[in-house]
Design a protein around this ligand. Structure first.
Ligand code: HEM
Length: 537
Protein backbone atom coordinates (compact mmCIF):
# COMPACT_ATOMS: atom_id res chain seq x y z
CA UNK A 1 0.00 0.00 0.00
CA UNK A 2 1.13 3.48 -0.77
CA UNK A 3 2.18 5.12 2.46
CA UNK A 4 0.87 8.57 3.21
CA UNK A 5 3.48 11.26 2.78
CA UNK A 6 2.86 14.70 4.16
CA UNK A 7 3.79 17.17 1.52
CA UNK A 8 3.13 20.33 3.39
CA UNK A 9 0.33 22.73 2.86
CA UNK A 10 -0.06 23.09 -0.87
CA UNK A 11 -2.39 26.04 -0.61
CA UNK A 12 -5.44 25.24 -2.66
CA UNK A 13 -4.55 21.66 -3.47
CA UNK A 14 -2.97 21.79 -6.92
CA UNK A 15 -3.88 18.81 -9.06
CA UNK A 16 -6.25 17.46 -6.37
CA UNK A 17 -8.66 20.16 -7.49
CA UNK A 18 -9.20 21.82 -4.15
CA UNK A 19 -9.89 24.98 -6.10
CA UNK A 20 -12.74 25.99 -8.36
CA UNK A 21 -12.52 25.26 -12.06
CA UNK A 22 -12.55 22.13 -14.23
CA UNK A 23 -16.21 21.60 -13.39
CA UNK A 24 -15.92 22.44 -9.66
CA UNK A 25 -18.12 25.48 -8.94
CA UNK A 26 -17.01 28.36 -6.76
CA UNK A 27 -17.71 27.93 -3.06
CA UNK A 28 -19.53 30.79 -1.36
CA UNK A 29 -20.45 31.84 2.15
CA UNK A 30 -24.06 31.46 3.22
CA UNK A 31 -24.45 35.07 2.06
CA UNK A 32 -23.23 34.13 -1.40
CA UNK A 33 -19.83 35.82 -1.18
CA UNK A 34 -17.25 33.83 -3.24
CA UNK A 35 -14.64 32.20 -0.99
CA UNK A 36 -10.98 32.67 -1.77
CA UNK A 37 -9.50 30.12 0.70
CA UNK A 38 -11.55 27.73 2.84
CA UNK A 39 -8.60 26.07 4.61
CA UNK A 40 -6.68 28.92 6.19
CA UNK A 41 -8.08 31.48 8.59
CA UNK A 42 -7.10 35.12 8.24
CA UNK A 43 -4.07 35.93 10.44
CA UNK A 44 -2.00 38.91 11.34
CA UNK A 45 1.37 37.65 10.14
CA UNK A 46 2.28 34.09 9.19
CA UNK A 47 1.77 32.71 12.73
CA UNK A 48 -1.21 34.73 13.90
CA UNK A 49 -3.07 35.80 15.92
CA UNK A 50 -6.33 35.24 13.99
CA UNK A 51 -8.17 38.30 12.85
CA UNK A 52 -11.65 38.94 14.23
CA UNK A 53 -12.67 40.33 10.87
CA UNK A 54 -12.44 36.87 9.23
CA UNK A 55 -16.12 36.70 8.30
CA UNK A 56 -15.58 33.51 6.30
CA UNK A 57 -14.25 31.55 9.28
CA UNK A 58 -16.68 33.13 11.74
CA UNK A 59 -19.71 32.31 9.65
CA UNK A 60 -18.51 28.74 9.06
CA UNK A 61 -17.90 28.01 12.74
CA UNK A 62 -21.04 29.84 13.87
CA UNK A 63 -23.14 27.60 11.68
CA UNK A 64 -21.37 24.45 12.75
CA UNK A 65 -21.89 25.34 16.42
CA UNK A 66 -25.63 25.20 15.90
CA UNK A 67 -25.94 22.04 13.81
CA UNK A 68 -27.62 19.93 16.47
CA UNK A 69 -31.30 20.18 17.22
CA UNK A 70 -33.01 18.27 20.03
CA UNK A 71 -33.55 14.66 19.11
CA UNK A 72 -37.10 13.37 19.28
CA UNK A 73 -38.15 12.81 22.89
CA UNK A 74 -39.16 9.28 21.78
CA UNK A 75 -38.51 7.46 18.50
CA UNK A 76 -35.24 9.39 18.20
CA UNK A 77 -33.56 6.79 16.04
CA UNK A 78 -35.28 6.26 12.73
CA UNK A 79 -34.93 5.95 9.02
CA UNK A 80 -37.18 7.22 6.26
CA UNK A 81 -37.85 6.76 2.56
CA UNK A 82 -40.14 8.18 -0.10
CA UNK A 83 -42.67 6.30 -2.16
CA UNK A 84 -46.28 6.23 -3.17
CA UNK A 85 -49.58 4.75 -2.11
CA UNK A 86 -51.91 3.22 -4.68
CA UNK A 87 -55.60 2.66 -4.03
CA UNK A 88 -56.93 -0.72 -5.25
CA UNK A 89 -60.60 0.25 -5.49
CA UNK A 90 -62.88 3.17 -4.73
CA UNK A 91 -63.96 3.29 -1.09
CA UNK A 92 -66.36 6.18 -1.65
CA UNK A 93 -69.16 4.23 0.03
CA UNK A 94 -67.34 4.42 3.37
CA UNK A 95 -65.07 7.47 3.17
CA UNK A 96 -64.84 10.68 1.23
CA UNK A 97 -61.07 10.82 1.81
CA UNK A 98 -59.63 12.00 -1.49
CA UNK A 99 -56.99 9.26 -1.72
CA UNK A 100 -59.59 6.49 -1.57
CA UNK A 101 -62.00 7.78 -4.22
CA UNK A 102 -60.55 6.31 -7.40
CA UNK A 103 -59.11 2.90 -8.23
CA UNK A 104 -55.46 3.30 -9.24
CA UNK A 105 -55.07 6.72 -7.62
CA UNK A 106 -51.45 7.29 -6.56
CA UNK A 107 -50.52 9.50 -3.62
CA UNK A 108 -46.93 10.39 -2.66
CA UNK A 109 -45.83 9.23 0.81
CA UNK A 110 -42.89 9.61 3.17
CA UNK A 111 -42.43 6.81 5.72
CA UNK A 112 -40.20 6.78 8.78
CA UNK A 113 -39.45 3.64 10.78
CA UNK A 114 -37.95 3.94 14.24
CA UNK A 115 -37.16 2.40 17.58
CA UNK A 116 -38.88 3.99 20.58
CA UNK A 117 -36.57 4.10 23.56
CA UNK A 118 -33.06 4.45 22.20
CA UNK A 119 -31.33 7.72 21.54
CA UNK A 120 -30.27 8.72 18.08
CA UNK A 121 -27.02 6.76 18.15
CA UNK A 122 -28.47 3.57 19.60
CA UNK A 123 -28.26 0.22 17.80
CA UNK A 124 -30.98 -0.87 15.39
CA UNK A 125 -31.54 -4.36 16.78
CA UNK A 126 -32.67 -3.29 20.27
CA UNK A 127 -35.54 -5.29 21.68
CA UNK A 128 -38.12 -2.55 21.28
CA UNK A 129 -41.32 -1.55 19.58
CA UNK A 130 -40.80 -0.11 16.08
CA UNK A 131 -42.50 3.06 14.90
CA UNK A 132 -44.17 2.94 11.49
CA UNK A 133 -45.15 6.48 10.54
CA UNK A 134 -46.56 7.32 7.11
CA UNK A 135 -47.23 10.81 5.76
CA UNK A 136 -49.67 10.76 2.81
CA UNK A 137 -49.43 13.97 0.77
CA UNK A 138 -53.07 13.94 -0.36
CA UNK A 139 -54.79 16.57 -2.49
CA UNK A 140 -56.81 17.61 0.56
CA UNK A 141 -53.92 17.93 2.96
CA UNK A 142 -51.41 15.72 4.70
CA UNK A 143 -52.74 12.64 6.41
CA UNK A 144 -50.32 11.11 8.92
CA UNK A 145 -50.86 7.54 10.03
CA UNK A 146 -48.43 7.40 12.96
CA UNK A 147 -48.38 3.76 13.98
CA UNK A 148 -46.22 1.02 15.42
CA UNK A 149 -45.33 -2.54 14.43
CA UNK A 150 -47.44 -3.86 17.32
CA UNK A 151 -51.24 -3.48 17.23
CA UNK A 152 -51.72 -2.50 20.88
CA UNK A 153 -50.08 -0.11 23.32
CA UNK A 154 -48.74 -0.19 26.90
CA UNK A 155 -51.16 2.32 28.37
CA UNK A 156 -54.72 3.47 27.86
CA UNK A 157 -54.48 7.14 28.71
CA UNK A 158 -52.02 9.73 27.41
CA UNK A 159 -51.51 11.17 30.89
CA UNK A 160 -49.37 8.11 31.68
CA UNK A 161 -47.10 8.50 28.64
CA UNK A 162 -44.39 10.64 30.26
CA UNK A 163 -44.10 8.05 33.06
CA UNK A 164 -43.96 5.13 30.64
CA UNK A 165 -41.22 6.81 28.63
CA UNK A 166 -39.25 7.98 31.67
CA UNK A 167 -39.24 4.40 32.88
CA UNK A 168 -38.15 3.03 29.50
CA UNK A 169 -35.32 5.48 28.77
CA UNK A 170 -32.02 5.71 30.68
CA UNK A 171 -32.41 5.60 34.44
CA UNK A 172 -32.09 9.18 35.67
CA UNK A 173 -29.33 8.72 38.24
CA UNK A 174 -26.90 6.68 36.12
CA UNK A 175 -27.78 7.60 32.56
CA UNK A 176 -28.06 4.00 31.40
CA UNK A 177 -29.35 1.67 30.14
CA UNK A 178 -31.15 2.69 26.99
CA UNK A 179 -32.70 1.00 23.99
CA UNK A 180 -33.43 -2.16 25.89
CA UNK A 181 -36.11 -3.20 28.28
CA UNK A 182 -33.78 -4.91 30.73
CA UNK A 183 -33.88 -2.62 33.71
CA UNK A 184 -35.67 -1.99 36.94
CA UNK A 185 -37.57 1.19 36.14
CA UNK A 186 -39.28 -0.18 33.05
CA UNK A 187 -40.41 -3.37 34.77
CA UNK A 188 -41.37 -1.49 37.91
CA UNK A 189 -43.65 0.84 35.96
CA UNK A 190 -45.21 -1.79 33.73
CA UNK A 191 -45.80 -4.28 36.53
CA UNK A 192 -47.60 -1.51 38.45
CA UNK A 193 -49.64 -0.74 35.33
CA UNK A 194 -51.28 -4.08 34.52
CA UNK A 195 -52.87 -2.69 31.36
CA UNK A 196 -49.40 -3.03 29.83
CA UNK A 197 -49.33 -6.83 30.17
CA UNK A 198 -50.82 -7.47 26.73
CA UNK A 199 -48.26 -5.24 25.01
CA UNK A 200 -45.47 -6.78 27.11
CA UNK A 201 -46.27 -10.15 25.58
CA UNK A 202 -45.79 -8.68 22.11
CA UNK A 203 -42.68 -6.78 23.20
CA UNK A 204 -41.10 -9.99 24.51
CA UNK A 205 -41.98 -11.83 21.30
CA UNK A 206 -40.01 -12.00 18.07
CA UNK A 207 -41.97 -8.97 16.84
CA UNK A 208 -39.67 -6.73 18.87
CA UNK A 209 -36.52 -7.84 17.02
CA UNK A 210 -37.53 -7.63 13.36
CA UNK A 211 -35.04 -8.76 10.74
CA UNK A 212 -35.43 -5.44 9.00
CA UNK A 213 -37.98 -2.69 8.57
CA UNK A 214 -39.03 -4.39 5.34
CA UNK A 215 -40.31 -7.46 7.18
CA UNK A 216 -42.57 -5.76 9.73
CA UNK A 217 -46.28 -5.19 9.95
CA UNK A 218 -47.65 -1.79 10.89
CA UNK A 219 -50.75 -0.79 12.83
CA UNK A 220 -52.57 2.47 13.40
CA UNK A 221 -53.36 1.02 16.87
CA UNK A 222 -56.28 3.30 17.74
CA UNK A 223 -59.77 3.01 16.37
CA UNK A 224 -60.38 5.84 13.90
CA UNK A 225 -63.54 6.89 12.04
CA UNK A 226 -64.27 6.88 8.32
CA UNK A 227 -66.88 9.36 7.13
CA UNK A 228 -68.54 9.24 3.72
CA UNK A 229 -69.99 12.07 1.65
CA UNK A 230 -73.38 11.65 3.33
CA UNK A 231 -71.76 12.12 6.74
CA UNK A 232 -72.22 8.46 7.70
CA UNK A 233 -69.64 7.02 10.04
CA UNK A 234 -67.91 3.63 10.28
CA UNK A 235 -65.09 2.73 12.65
CA UNK A 236 -61.76 1.56 11.30
CA UNK A 237 -58.49 -0.01 12.43
CA UNK A 238 -55.57 0.40 10.02
CA UNK A 239 -53.04 -2.35 9.23
CA UNK A 240 -49.91 -2.52 7.05
CA UNK A 241 -49.03 -6.00 5.74
CA UNK A 242 -45.51 -6.40 4.31
CA UNK A 243 -45.51 -8.12 0.92
CA UNK A 244 -42.03 -9.35 1.81
CA UNK A 245 -43.53 -11.38 4.68
CA UNK A 246 -42.89 -11.15 8.39
CA UNK A 247 -39.40 -12.04 9.65
CA UNK A 248 -37.47 -11.61 12.86
CA UNK A 249 -34.05 -12.51 14.17
CA UNK A 250 -33.36 -14.40 17.38
CA UNK A 251 -31.92 -12.61 20.37
CA UNK A 252 -28.37 -13.95 19.96
CA UNK A 253 -28.35 -12.79 16.35
CA UNK A 254 -29.65 -9.40 17.44
CA UNK A 255 -26.80 -9.01 19.92
CA UNK A 256 -24.18 -9.94 17.33
CA UNK A 257 -25.67 -7.68 14.67
CA UNK A 258 -25.76 -4.77 17.11
CA UNK A 259 -22.06 -5.27 17.75
CA UNK A 260 -21.05 -5.78 14.14
CA UNK A 261 -23.34 -3.25 12.46
CA UNK A 262 -25.50 -1.03 14.65
CA UNK A 263 -26.92 0.52 11.46
CA UNK A 264 -28.16 -2.81 10.13
CA UNK A 265 -31.79 -1.78 9.61
CA UNK A 266 -31.11 1.56 7.97
CA UNK A 267 -28.46 0.03 5.74
CA UNK A 268 -30.89 -2.72 4.74
CA UNK A 269 -33.57 -0.24 3.67
CA UNK A 270 -31.09 1.97 1.84
CA UNK A 271 -29.50 -0.96 -0.02
CA UNK A 272 -32.81 -2.58 -0.95
CA UNK A 273 -34.15 0.63 -2.47
CA UNK A 274 -30.92 1.43 -4.32
CA UNK A 275 -30.91 -2.13 -5.71
CA UNK A 276 -34.43 -1.56 -7.07
CA UNK A 277 -35.87 -4.12 -4.66
CA UNK A 278 -38.60 -1.74 -3.49
CA UNK A 279 -40.37 -2.86 -0.32
CA UNK A 280 -44.17 -2.90 -0.42
CA UNK A 281 -46.88 -3.01 2.19
CA UNK A 282 -50.59 -3.44 1.64
CA UNK A 283 -52.93 -1.23 3.61
CA UNK A 284 -55.69 -3.13 5.34
CA UNK A 285 -58.77 -1.86 7.11
CA UNK A 286 -60.94 -3.50 9.71
CA UNK A 287 -64.18 -1.62 9.19
CA UNK A 288 -67.07 -1.97 11.65
CA UNK A 289 -70.14 -0.11 12.76
CA UNK A 290 -71.53 1.25 16.00
CA UNK A 291 -73.51 -1.91 16.62
CA UNK A 292 -70.39 -4.07 16.47
CA UNK A 293 -68.59 -1.60 18.77
CA UNK A 294 -71.46 -1.71 21.27
CA UNK A 295 -71.47 -5.51 21.37
CA UNK A 296 -67.72 -6.16 21.18
CA UNK A 297 -66.25 -7.79 24.29
CA UNK A 298 -63.80 -4.93 24.76
CA UNK A 299 -64.00 -1.17 24.39
CA UNK A 300 -62.90 -0.09 20.91
CA UNK A 301 -61.47 3.06 22.51
CA UNK A 302 -59.02 1.00 24.58
CA UNK A 303 -55.64 0.95 22.81
CA UNK A 304 -54.44 -2.05 24.81
CA UNK A 305 -56.92 -4.29 22.95
CA UNK A 306 -57.13 -5.38 19.36
CA UNK A 307 -60.05 -6.59 17.30
CA UNK A 308 -59.57 -10.22 16.25
CA UNK A 309 -59.35 -10.65 12.50
CA UNK A 310 -61.84 -13.48 12.54
CA UNK A 311 -64.39 -11.13 14.07
CA UNK A 312 -63.65 -8.31 11.66
CA UNK A 313 -61.58 -9.42 8.66
CA UNK A 314 -58.92 -7.10 7.31
CA UNK A 315 -59.95 -5.70 3.95
CA UNK A 316 -56.95 -4.90 1.74
CA UNK A 317 -57.48 -1.51 0.11
CA UNK A 318 -54.19 -0.48 -1.47
CA UNK A 319 -50.44 -0.71 -1.37
CA UNK A 320 -47.48 1.44 -0.43
CA UNK A 321 -44.23 1.17 -2.38
CA UNK A 322 -41.04 2.77 -1.03
CA UNK A 323 -38.90 3.51 -4.06
CA UNK A 324 -36.69 6.48 -3.28
CA UNK A 325 -34.08 7.06 -0.60
CA UNK A 326 -33.72 10.51 0.86
CA UNK A 327 -31.40 13.07 -0.71
CA UNK A 328 -30.48 14.33 2.72
CA UNK A 329 -31.02 12.49 5.99
CA UNK A 330 -31.31 15.59 8.18
CA UNK A 331 -33.52 17.65 5.86
CA UNK A 332 -35.98 14.81 5.38
CA UNK A 333 -35.77 12.01 7.96
CA UNK A 334 -34.84 14.24 10.88
CA UNK A 335 -37.00 17.22 10.06
CA UNK A 336 -40.12 15.33 9.12
CA UNK A 337 -42.88 16.05 11.62
CA UNK A 338 -45.57 13.38 11.86
CA UNK A 339 -48.62 14.23 13.87
CA UNK A 340 -51.75 12.25 14.64
CA UNK A 341 -53.83 15.41 14.36
CA UNK A 342 -52.98 15.65 10.66
CA UNK A 343 -56.13 14.15 9.21
CA UNK A 344 -58.19 14.95 6.16
CA UNK A 345 -61.90 15.07 5.26
CA UNK A 346 -63.25 11.50 5.33
CA UNK A 347 -61.17 10.40 8.36
CA UNK A 348 -61.77 11.39 11.97
CA UNK A 349 -60.60 10.72 15.52
CA UNK A 350 -62.38 8.69 18.12
CA UNK A 351 -62.46 9.53 21.82
CA UNK A 352 -59.62 7.09 22.61
CA UNK A 353 -57.90 8.97 25.47
CA UNK A 354 -54.48 7.93 24.24
CA UNK A 355 -55.13 9.33 20.79
CA UNK A 356 -56.59 12.54 22.17
CA UNK A 357 -53.40 13.17 24.15
CA UNK A 358 -51.20 12.34 21.18
CA UNK A 359 -53.00 14.96 19.15
CA UNK A 360 -51.63 17.58 21.52
CA UNK A 361 -48.21 16.08 22.13
CA UNK A 362 -46.72 15.83 18.63
CA UNK A 363 -47.37 19.40 17.59
CA UNK A 364 -46.19 20.67 20.93
CA UNK A 365 -42.90 18.78 20.87
CA UNK A 366 -42.24 19.67 17.24
CA UNK A 367 -42.37 23.37 18.00
CA UNK A 368 -39.44 22.79 20.33
CA UNK A 369 -37.66 20.21 18.21
CA UNK A 370 -37.84 22.12 14.94
CA UNK A 371 -37.67 25.53 16.53
CA UNK A 372 -40.49 27.38 14.82
CA UNK A 373 -44.21 27.26 14.22
CA UNK A 374 -43.30 27.41 10.54
CA UNK A 375 -41.95 23.88 10.24
CA UNK A 376 -44.76 23.15 7.77
CA UNK A 377 -42.80 25.37 5.36
CA UNK A 378 -40.00 22.80 5.20
CA UNK A 379 -40.36 20.83 1.96
CA UNK A 380 -40.67 17.45 3.75
CA UNK A 381 -43.59 18.73 5.82
CA UNK A 382 -45.27 21.01 3.29
CA UNK A 383 -48.47 19.68 1.74
CA UNK A 384 -48.31 18.98 -1.99
CA UNK A 385 -51.69 20.62 -2.52
CA UNK A 386 -52.66 24.31 -2.40
CA UNK A 387 -52.40 25.90 1.07
CA UNK A 388 -54.33 29.06 1.75
CA UNK A 389 -54.70 30.53 5.20
CA UNK A 390 -54.08 33.71 7.14
CA UNK A 391 -51.38 32.41 9.44
CA UNK A 392 -48.37 34.69 9.28
CA UNK A 393 -44.99 35.66 10.72
CA UNK A 394 -43.04 33.71 13.33
CA UNK A 395 -39.46 32.50 13.05
CA UNK A 396 -38.36 31.67 9.52
CA UNK A 397 -41.69 32.51 7.85
CA UNK A 398 -41.44 31.72 4.15
CA UNK A 399 -45.02 31.96 2.97
CA UNK A 400 -46.72 34.97 4.50
CA UNK A 401 -50.15 35.92 3.12
CA UNK A 402 -49.84 37.92 -0.10
CA UNK A 403 -51.79 41.11 -0.72
CA UNK A 404 -54.09 43.02 1.61
CA UNK A 405 -56.22 40.31 3.21
CA UNK A 406 -54.74 38.59 6.26
CA UNK A 407 -57.91 38.28 8.33
CA UNK A 408 -61.51 37.32 7.91
CA UNK A 409 -64.26 38.22 7.52
CA UNK A 410 -63.01 40.74 4.99
CA UNK A 411 -64.60 42.59 2.09
CA UNK A 412 -61.60 42.58 -0.25
CA UNK A 413 -61.98 41.26 -3.77
CA UNK A 414 -62.05 37.54 -4.49
CA UNK A 415 -58.67 36.26 -5.67
CA UNK A 416 -56.20 33.43 -5.09
CA UNK A 417 -54.94 35.09 -1.91
CA UNK A 418 -58.30 35.66 -0.27
CA UNK A 419 -59.61 32.22 0.74
CA UNK A 420 -62.91 31.44 2.45
CA UNK A 421 -63.98 28.42 4.53
CA UNK A 422 -65.98 25.93 2.49
CA UNK A 423 -69.03 24.35 4.18
CA UNK A 424 -69.43 21.82 1.36
CA UNK A 425 -65.92 20.30 1.31
CA UNK A 426 -64.08 21.53 4.38
CA UNK A 427 -63.11 19.14 7.18
CA UNK A 428 -66.11 18.64 9.43
CA UNK A 429 -65.87 16.69 12.67
CA UNK A 430 -68.26 13.78 12.92
CA UNK A 431 -71.32 14.95 14.82
CA UNK A 432 -71.05 12.42 17.62
CA UNK A 433 -73.29 13.02 20.59
CA UNK A 434 -71.43 13.37 23.88
CA UNK A 435 -72.73 13.89 27.38
CA UNK A 436 -71.82 13.13 30.95
CA UNK A 437 -70.13 14.51 34.02
CA UNK A 438 -66.62 15.83 33.84
CA UNK A 439 -64.66 13.12 35.66
CA UNK A 440 -61.10 11.92 36.03
CA UNK A 441 -61.36 8.15 35.99
CA UNK A 442 -60.76 5.03 33.93
CA UNK A 443 -63.84 3.59 32.32
CA UNK A 444 -64.78 0.15 33.55
CA UNK A 445 -65.04 -0.87 29.92
CA UNK A 446 -61.24 -0.61 29.81
CA UNK A 447 -60.96 -3.59 32.13
CA UNK A 448 -59.51 -7.07 31.68
CA UNK A 449 -55.81 -6.80 31.13
CA UNK A 450 -55.06 -10.49 30.72
CA UNK A 451 -57.42 -12.21 28.25
CA UNK A 452 -55.92 -10.86 25.08
CA UNK A 453 -52.40 -11.32 26.51
CA UNK A 454 -53.25 -14.98 27.01
CA UNK A 455 -54.71 -15.32 23.55
CA UNK A 456 -51.57 -13.86 22.07
CA UNK A 457 -49.39 -16.32 23.98
CA UNK A 458 -51.40 -19.42 23.11
CA UNK A 459 -51.53 -18.40 19.46
CA UNK A 460 -47.75 -18.70 19.21
CA UNK A 461 -45.87 -21.76 17.93
CA UNK A 462 -43.79 -23.73 20.44
CA UNK A 463 -40.60 -22.04 19.21
CA UNK A 464 -42.14 -18.61 19.50
CA UNK A 465 -43.37 -19.41 23.00
CA UNK A 466 -39.86 -20.46 23.93
CA UNK A 467 -38.54 -17.13 22.67
CA UNK A 468 -41.09 -15.27 24.80
CA UNK A 469 -40.20 -17.26 27.90
CA UNK A 470 -36.49 -16.70 27.27
CA UNK A 471 -37.02 -13.00 26.67
CA UNK A 472 -38.89 -12.51 29.96
CA UNK A 473 -36.30 -14.56 31.82
CA UNK A 474 -33.35 -12.70 30.26
CA UNK A 475 -34.78 -9.23 30.67
CA UNK A 476 -35.96 -9.84 34.23
CA UNK A 477 -32.61 -11.36 35.18
CA UNK A 478 -31.18 -7.84 34.71
CA UNK A 479 -33.67 -6.37 37.17
CA UNK A 480 -31.89 -5.87 40.47
CA UNK A 481 -34.84 -5.44 42.85
CA UNK A 482 -36.25 -8.92 43.36
CA UNK A 483 -39.73 -7.74 44.32
CA UNK A 484 -40.09 -6.24 40.83
CA UNK A 485 -39.23 -9.59 39.23
CA UNK A 486 -41.85 -11.24 41.42
CA UNK A 487 -44.49 -8.69 40.58
CA UNK A 488 -44.00 -9.31 36.87
CA UNK A 489 -44.29 -13.06 37.37
CA UNK A 490 -47.44 -12.53 39.45
CA UNK A 491 -49.00 -10.95 36.35
CA UNK A 492 -47.76 -13.75 34.12
CA UNK A 493 -49.63 -16.18 36.37
CA UNK A 494 -52.83 -14.52 35.14
CA UNK A 495 -51.71 -14.92 31.55
CA UNK A 496 -50.42 -18.48 31.39
CA UNK A 497 -49.31 -20.63 34.30
CA UNK A 498 -46.69 -22.55 32.32
CA UNK A 499 -45.18 -19.33 31.08
CA UNK A 500 -45.06 -17.92 34.61
CA UNK A 501 -43.57 -21.13 35.97
CA UNK A 502 -40.88 -21.29 33.31
CA UNK A 503 -39.88 -17.68 33.90
CA UNK A 504 -39.95 -18.14 37.68
CA UNK A 505 -37.74 -21.20 37.44
CA UNK A 506 -35.28 -19.51 35.11
CA UNK A 507 -35.03 -16.69 37.63
CA UNK A 508 -34.36 -19.18 40.42
CA UNK A 509 -37.55 -18.59 42.42
CA UNK A 510 -37.83 -21.07 45.28
CA UNK A 511 -41.58 -20.53 45.33
CA UNK A 512 -44.03 -18.79 43.04
CA UNK A 513 -45.70 -15.52 44.06
CA UNK A 514 -49.46 -15.23 44.33
CA UNK A 515 -51.15 -14.26 41.05
CA UNK A 516 -51.57 -10.49 40.79
CA UNK A 517 -54.92 -9.32 41.98
CA UNK A 518 -56.88 -8.95 38.78
CA UNK A 519 -58.22 -5.52 39.53
CA UNK A 520 -60.54 -5.95 36.62
CA UNK A 521 -62.32 -9.11 35.77
CA UNK A 522 -60.81 -11.48 33.21
CA UNK A 523 -63.18 -12.88 30.65
CA UNK A 524 -63.24 -16.62 31.18
CA UNK A 525 -65.06 -17.37 27.94
CA UNK A 526 -62.22 -15.78 25.97
CA UNK A 527 -59.68 -17.77 27.91
CA UNK A 528 -61.13 -20.92 26.41
CA UNK A 529 -61.56 -19.59 22.90
CA UNK A 530 -59.22 -20.31 20.04
CA UNK A 531 -56.17 -18.24 19.38
CA UNK A 532 -56.70 -15.19 17.28
CA UNK A 533 -55.68 -15.36 13.67
CA UNK A 534 -54.30 -11.82 13.72
CA UNK A 535 -51.68 -13.03 16.11
CA UNK A 536 -50.68 -16.00 14.03
CA UNK A 537 -49.58 -14.72 10.69
C1 HEM B 1 -43.12 9.93 18.10
C2 HEM B 1 -46.05 6.17 17.52
C3 HEM B 1 -48.19 7.09 21.74
C4 HEM B 1 -45.78 11.20 21.88
C5 HEM B 1 -43.72 8.82 17.59
C6 HEM B 1 -43.33 8.18 16.38
C7 HEM B 1 -44.16 7.13 16.21
C8 HEM B 1 -45.07 7.10 17.32
C9 HEM B 1 -44.17 6.16 15.05
C10 HEM B 1 -42.17 8.56 15.49
C11 HEM B 1 -42.61 9.53 14.47
C12 HEM B 1 -41.48 9.84 13.55
O1 HEM B 1 -41.00 8.91 12.87
O2 HEM B 1 -41.07 11.01 13.49
C13 HEM B 1 -46.87 6.10 18.63
C14 HEM B 1 -47.93 5.14 18.82
C15 HEM B 1 -48.51 5.38 20.01
C16 HEM B 1 -47.84 6.52 20.57
C17 HEM B 1 -48.32 4.07 17.82
C18 HEM B 1 -49.66 4.71 20.72
C19 HEM B 1 -50.59 4.05 20.10
C20 HEM B 1 -47.79 8.31 22.10
C21 HEM B 1 -48.35 9.06 23.17
C22 HEM B 1 -47.68 10.24 23.19
C23 HEM B 1 -46.69 10.21 22.15
C24 HEM B 1 -49.50 8.61 24.07
C25 HEM B 1 -47.86 11.40 24.11
C26 HEM B 1 -48.88 11.63 24.89
C27 HEM B 1 -44.82 11.17 20.91
C28 HEM B 1 -43.86 12.21 20.71
C29 HEM B 1 -43.08 11.84 19.62
C30 HEM B 1 -43.60 10.58 19.17
C31 HEM B 1 -43.73 13.48 21.54
C32 HEM B 1 -41.92 12.60 19.02
C33 HEM B 1 -42.44 13.38 17.83
C34 HEM B 1 -41.42 14.26 17.20
O3 HEM B 1 -40.51 14.75 17.88
O4 HEM B 1 -41.54 14.48 15.98
N1 HEM B 1 -44.78 8.15 18.16
N2 HEM B 1 -46.84 6.93 19.71
N3 HEM B 1 -46.79 9.04 21.50
N4 HEM B 1 -44.64 10.19 19.99
FE1 HEM B 1 -45.78 8.60 19.81
Amino acid sequence: AESFKYEGNKGQGGELHQKAGDGYPTMTTAQGCPVHDDQNSLKAGARGPSALEDHVMREKIFHFDHERIPERVVHARGYGAHGYFETYESLSDITCAEIFQEKGKKTPVFTRFSTVAGNQGSPDLARDVRGFAVKFYTQEGNWDLVGNNIPVFFIQDAIKFPDLIHSAKQEPDRGFPQAQTAHDNFWDFTSLSPESVHMLMWAMSDRAIPRSFRFMEGFGVHTFKLINAKGEMKYVKFHWKPKQGLQSVVWNEALKINGADPDFHRRDLWNAILAGDFPEWELGMQVFDQEFADNFEFDVLDATKLIPEEQVPVKIVGKMVLNKVVDNFFAETEQVAFCTQNIVPGIDFTNDPLLQGRNFSYLDTQLKRLGSTNFTHLPINAPKCPMRHFQQDGHMAMHNPKGRANYEPNSWEADENNPRACPAHGFKSHNEEVSGEKVRHRSETFADHYSQARQFYISQTETEKEHIRDAFAFELSKVERLSIRERVVSHLLNVDKDLAKAVGEALGFSEMPEPAEAAMETREDLVESDALSILKN
